[in-house]
Ligand binder design. Structure first.
Ligand code: NI
Ligand code: MN
Length: 226
């Protein structure tokens, strides 16, 4: 499973001939230097954690261009179905077997309204299992005890955790979250995109190292394979 960081909280997951996008926020990302363009993305699926602008900005356009199926909570799926797009609705605790692997929508503590004020359901994260690898994408969330439920059912190979603070967990809570989900390999995201969430990357790496964990921070377009 190859996971490419597309900036902010946007990820592309590739396995065999499947391409899955998560929370595409490309055209509005001030850190983007043209490395990634919307038209270059041809996903089969677009997973959406919640309805905030910095997670959904390019969902409709990419879905229109690619014919991708949008996977999210019921309210977000319905919002896009009403625009004539294809969507698969889920809700918290639910698991579904797609053609590429399985996806579970899990709890996050955050909010979720569309930029136009439309209710975006409750926010979530995803646990994605493809072949023998499992990745947890936390979405925007606080540290929550619910994370302790995850290792009861899943052995994670990678946890993608927000580390930017202010809107989500910061570094110290994310280290605890890594303990809660019992995963030593972390990809940090949702940091440095704009002023409220700037971090010191060295401080972040050493905080995880102190907790005997490895924090990966990727440049836009850079990938890791698990
Ligand atoms: Ni958010
Ligand atoms: Mn966000």
């Amino acid at each position: 499973m190859k996971i490419t960081f597309l900036g902010h909280a946007s990820l592309q997951i590739e396995f065999a001939d499947h391409t899955i996008l998560v929370d595409p926020f490309i055209s509005g990302n001030p850190k983007m230097n043209g490395e990634i363009t919307i038209n270059s993305l041809k996903p089969d699926y677009i997973l959406v954690t919640h309805a905030h602008q910095d997670h959904i900005l390019d969902v409709a356009e990419i879905a229109k261009n690619s014919g991708a199926t949008i996977v999210s909570n019921y309210e977000i799926a319905t919002y896009y179905q009403n625009m004539g797009l294809t969507a698969h609705p889920m809700n918290h605790g639910g698991n579904w077997n797609f053609d590429f692997g399985s996806v579970k929508y899990v709890n996050a503590i955050h909010t979720s309204s569309f930029p136009d004020g439309t209710y975006g359901g409750q926010p979530g994260g995803f646990i994605i299992s493809i072949a023998d690898k499992t990745v947890y994408i936390a979405g925007d969330t606080a540290l929550t005890m619910d994370m302790k439920l995850i290792p009861l059912s899943f052995k994670l190979d990678l946890a993608v955790l927000p580390i930017g603070d202010n809107f989500t967990m910061g570094i110290d809570d994310a280290v605890i979250a890594a303990d809660f989900v019992e995963c030593d390999t972390i990809l940090g995201y949702h940091y440095d995109t704009f002023g409220y969430i700037e971090i010191d990357p060295e401080e972040a790496r050493s905080a995880f190292k102190k907790g005997s964990k490895t924090l990966h921070l990727l440049a836009i377009g850079e990938a890791i394979t698990i």
